[in-house]
Design a protein around this ligand. Sequence first.
Ligand SMILES: C[S@@+](CC[C@H](N)C(=O)[O-])C[C@H]1O[C@@H](n2cnc3c(N)ncnc32)[C@H](O)[C@@H]1O
Length: 273
Amino acid sequence: MPSLPMSPQVFAILTALIEQRAGLHYAAEDRELLSDKVSDRAQEAGFDSLLDYYYFLRYDPAGSAALDSLVDSLLVHETYFFREAQPLSVLVEDVLLPRVRAGQKPRVWCAACSTGEEPLTLAMMLADRGVLSGVELLASDLSTRALERARTGEHNLRSMRALPPGVEGRWLEQVDGRARPKQELVDAVEWRRINLVDEGAVAKLGQFDAILCRNVLIYFQDETARRVVASLTQALKPGGQLVVGTSESLLRFGTALSCEERRGVFFYGKAGA
Ligand SMILES: C[S@@+](CC[C@H](N)C(=O)[O-])C[C@H]1O[C@@H](n2cnc3c(N)ncnc32)[C@H](O)[C@@H]1O
C-alpha cells in the first residue's frame, strides 16, 4: 500500500504527541521515514488520512493504547550481550562487591534494558563472582514487545557477537536459532515496563545504588534528557552511581552528579554516602 501523505503540519503535531508520550524526538528530515511507519499503522486501523489518525490517537478513548503501540513500533532496540562491558565489570568490582561484602544488598536498575542483554550480562558477572543473589536487579523498558522477549529469554543470535570466551555453554546456549540465557539469570531480574519520561513512575521505584541508562538519552532532546537525568538523580541513593553509554556525556546538561573516572570508565556519582 502506498504511504499516506504527511504534511509538515501533521508531522509537527504528531511528533509533538510522540515526544510528549515517550520523549522521542524527530527532526524535519525524519518526515518521510516517520510517514512510512505511521501510514502502515493508520491504514491497518482503517484511516486514509494521517490527520484523522492523529485525532484518533489524541482524542479517541482507544487512542492512548494505539499511541503506545505506535511508539513501540518506532523504538530502536539495538543491544547485545557484553556491550560496553568494561563499565559493567568496574561497577561489579568497585561498587557492588564491596557493598555485598559489607553486608548490604545493593539495588541496581537498568533503566532502558531493551530485550535484556545488559541486565543479563550484569547477572552473569555477578553469578561468576557468586553474588547474584546478593544484588537486587531491576530492568525496565518502555517497550512491552522488547520486555516480552527479555522475560521469555528469546534473543537474536546477533546478540552473541561480543561474548568473551567461556560464556557460551556456561550462561548462554543456542537453541532453535535463538540465544537462550540460563533461566536462573532471567529469574534473578525483575522486569518492569517503565517510561523514563514519567517522573511519577520513576519516583515510585525507590532509590538505587547504581542506575544504568545507556544508549537511550540520544533519542531525546536536551530538555527531555535533562528532566530524565534529574529524576534518575533523585532515584540514586547518596553515594550512588549513574552509568551512561560510553559515547554519552551528562556534562552539557549541568547535572548535580559529579563525573568520576574509575579504571578508564566514567561514572556519575551522587554526593554523600
Ligand atoms: C538502543 S536501546 C539500549 C539498550 C541498552 N541500554 C544498551 O545500551 O544496549 C534503547 C532502548 O531505550 C528504550 N526507550 C526509548 N525511550 C524510552 C522511554 N521513554 N522510556 C523507557 N525506555 C525507553 C527503547 O525501547 C530501547 O529498548
